[in-house]
Design a binder for this molecule. Structure first.
Ligand SMILES: [Zn+2]
Ligand SMILES: [Zn+2]
Length: 229
């Protein structure tokens, strides 16, 4: 599989863009980065994205989406599925209305061929099977995903603490994209120390760490990095 990292930073780190990952040019995992220019730089066609998996609704994971959606309204009207936590349809439609005002309902909404799907324990989107696992993150939690890609399992955490559900998410996965926010006490996130321990507990899984708020850590990916797995 081909993983294109459009952004690898936490919300407030000025040296990295907010997070977004494209899998095989067809799946988008979270949408924090400036999606259209970063897809262009990584040779990803924004019209070819078939499903978007959102872990939670924090701004550093969603605020790159409105221009991407406008592309799917005016430039390429292929259907698209958004998978995310409970309330995704209402939360996303509110975001489009805040972004585009009355023009959204008047001229855009009808052209947007979207299906919203609340993340199920096991389901499929864009032709890919997945399982979702509720992770610990602040008051909202986060929906982690195990996505089946060409016979391999890709685990994607979004934001999470290093608690038992995260071990369940990465267990047996071939590849795991997991947050590692920073050193020491990182409230509602995973520390670098905990990330190292997690990797040691799952030696057969290839870990790629993202969502950094400072410096870097072993195993971290960087903005615009494209990895073939
Ligand atoms: Zn975040
Ligand atoms: Zn968050």
């Amino acid at each position: 599989m081909r993983l294109a990292f459009l952004g690898t930073g936490a919300a407030v780190y000025p040296e990295r863009y907010n997070g977004a990952v494209v899998v095989d040019g067809r799946l988008l995992l979270d949408g924090g980065a400036p999606l259209l220019p970063h897809m262009h730089r990584c040779s990803v066609d924004p019209g070819a994205i078939e499903a978007v998996f959102l872990t939670h609704f924090h701004g550093d994971h969603t605020l790159g989406l409105p221009p991407f959606v406008l592309h799917r309204v005016f430039v390429d009207q292929r259907p698209i599925t958004f998978v995310g936590p409970a309330g995704i349809a209402e939360r996303m439609e509110t975001l489009w209305e805040v972004s585009w005002g009355q023009d959204w309902a008047l001229a855009m909404k009808d052209r947007f061929k979207v299906t919203y799907q609340e993340a199920k324990p096991s389901g499929s989107a864009g032709g890919y099977k997945y399982e979702s696992i509720k992770l610990d993150h602040g008051t909202s939690g986060s929906s982690g995903y195990r996505i089946h890609v060409d016979g391999k399992i890709l685990a994607y955490s979004g934001d999470t603490e290093a608690t038992a559900p995260l071990d369940k998410l990465v267990d047996g996965a071939d590849v795991a994209i997991v947050e590692a926010t920073g050193p020491g006490d990182v409230f509602s996130h995973m520390s670098w120390e905990a990330a190292k321990d997690l990797r040691a507990r799952h030696p057969k899984t290839r870990f790629m760490f993202n969502h950094l708020y400072t410096g870097t850590v072993e195993g971290a990916v960087s903005d615009f990095q494209v990895v073939e797995v």
